[in-house]
Design a protein around this ligand. Structure first.
Ligand code: IPM
Ligand code: MN
Length: 364
C-alpha cells in the first residue's frame, strides 16, 4: 500500500516537530509494508512572507489531493498585527472549511510517567481517558454576519440541522468504540442555538440507544474537567466551546506539548499537534515532538485504518517517557533532558524494537 501525504510544517517549531513526525511515519510504515510520498507546502506566516497570503490555492488543492495532511504549527508575533484575513490563523480556518473537516478529535489521556508534571492532583488524574470532539467547520467561527467598526463588533453563532446531526453521529460512533458515554456540552439555558443543538443531539441519540447521553452546560463542564475528569468518555461540543474546553483538557496531560489532534471530514483529514508555534524556542532543537508523533499515530489509526501501527507508536511514546526522557517543557528532577532530535531518536529506537517483536510474533 502507498499513501501520499502533504506536509505543512508552517512556522516556529512547526518544521522541527513535523520532521520528527515524518521520521516516525516512515519507520512505522516500513514495519507494516507501507510506503509514503511526501509533498511539502508553505502555510501560515511563512506563506504570507513568500506569497502575500497565509495559504495559496495551490496548497489547498494539494491538500485535497492527498490521503492526509500533516500540519506543524502556524503563527508568530511578526504576523499578529496583520488584518484578520491575512493572519496565519485565517489559513487554518480556510483549510478546515475547504477540506470539510467538521470533526476535531483531541484525546486527553494520562501518561503514568507524567502524572506528577500536571497541575492537578494525582488522585484526580488516575485513570482519566476521554476525548473532546469539537465541531470544527461551523458555529461562531464561521457564522455571518461578522464585522466590527469603532462602535460595535458582531459575530453570529449559528448551527444548521445537518451540521449538528453529522457531528452527533460521529460522537455516538466514537463512543461505541470507547466506553459508550457521550456528554454533550452547550449553553442551552441562555442561547437558542444551544437549545437547538441539544434538541438535535437527542433526536440523533434515538438511533444509538446503547450509548449513554448526558447534557452539561459549558461553564459546569469547564469546572468538571478539572474537578472530576474521570466522569468523561466523549465530550461532544460546538466549535467555540470545544476550543476552550480542549485547552483545559490539555493541561490534564501535564503539557500542551503532549496533545495530538485529528481533524476529519468525509473525504479529507488533517493531523496536527495542538501546541502552537512557540516562536521563543523555534530553531533551538528544544521543542517537544511527542504531540506531533502522537498525531502521526492518529493518522495511522484514522486515515490508514492501521490501528495496530497507531497503537505501537503510542506505546513507544509512553515507554520513552517511562524511561525518563524529557524535553525541557516536561523536564523533572532526575529525568534525562533531551533535545527534539534526541527524543525522536528514542521513540524510533523503541518503535523499531516493538516492530521487531511484532514481526517475530507473526512468524512464530
Ligand atoms: C486551535 C487554535 C485555533 C482555533 C486558532 C489558531 C485559529 O486555537 O486549533 O484550537 O481557535 O481553532
Ligand atoms: Mn485553541
Amino acid at each position: 500500500m502507498h499513501a501520499h501525504l502533504v506536509l505543512l510544517p508552517g512556522d516556529g517549531i512547526g518544521p522541527e516537530v513535523t520532521r520528527a513526525a515524518v521520521e516516525v511515519i516512515k519507520t512505522a510504515g516500513s514495519g507494516f509494508g507501507l510506503t509514503f510520498s511526501f509533498e511539502e507546502h508553505k502555510m501560515g506566516g511563512c506563506s504570507y512572507d513568500a506569497f502575500g497570503t497565509p495559504v495559496t490555492d495551490e496548497t489547498i488543492t494539494a491538500c485535497k489531493n492527498a490521503h492526509a495532511v500533516f500540519l506543524g504549527a502556524v503563527g508568530g508575533y511578526q504576523w499578529d498585527s496583520l488584518p484578520h484575513h491575512l493572519k496565519p490563523e485565517a489559513a487554518l480556518l480556510r483549510l478546515r472549511s475547504e477540506l470539510g473537516l467538521y470533526t476535531n478529535i483531541r484525546p486527553a489521556k494520562i501518561y503514568p510517567a507524567l502524572i506528577s508534571s500536571s497541575s492537578l492532583k494525582e488522585e484526580v488524574l488516575q485513570g482519566v481517558d476521554f476525548v473532546v470532539l469539537r465541531e470544527l467547520t461551523g458555529g461562531i467561527y464561521f457564522g455571518k454576519p461578522r464585522e466590527y467598526s469603532t462602535d460595535y463588533g458582531l459575530n453570529t453563532m449559528v448551527y444548521t440541522r445537518p451540521e449538528v446531526e453529522r457531528i452527533a453521529r460521529m460522537a455516538f460512533t466514537i463512543a461505541r468504540q470507547r466506553n459508550l458515554k457521550v456528554t454533550s456540552v452547550d449553553k442551552a439555558n441562555v442561547l437558542e442555538v444551544s437549545q437547538f443543538w441539544r434538541n438535535v443531539v437527542h433526536e440523533v441519540h434515538t438511533e444509538y440507544s446503547d450509548v449513554e447521553l448526558h447534557d452539561m452546560y459549558v461553564d459546569n463542564a469547564a469546572m468538571q474537567i478539572v474537578r472530576n475528569p474521570r466522569q468523561f468518555d466523549v465530550i461532544l461540543t460546538s466549535n467555540l466551546f470545544g476550543d476552550i474546553l480542549s485547552d483545559i483538557a490539555g493541561m490534564i496531560t501535564g503539557s500542551l506539548g503532549m496533545l495530538p489532534s485529528a481533524s476529519l471530514g468525509s473525504e479529507h483529514a488533517l493531523y496536527e499537534p495542538v501546541h502552537g508555534s512557540a516562536p521563543d524556542i523555534a530553531g533551538k532543537n528544544m521543542a517537544n515532538p511527542l504531540a506531533a508523533i502522537s498525531s502521526a499515530a492518529m493518522l495511522f489509526t484514522h486515515t490508514l485504518k492501521m490501528q495496530e501501527a497507531g497503537y505501537l507508536i503510542e506505546e513507544a511514546v509512553a515507554s520513552v517517557l517511562a524511561e525518563g526522557y524529557r524535553t525541557a517543557d516536561i523536564h523533572c528532577e532526575g529525568c534525562k533532558l533531551v533535545t527534539t532530535t534526541e527524543m525522536t531518536g528514542q521513540v524510533i529506537r523503541i518503535l523499531n524494537s516493538l516492530l521487531v517483536q511484532k514481526h517475530v510474533a507473526n512468524v512464530v
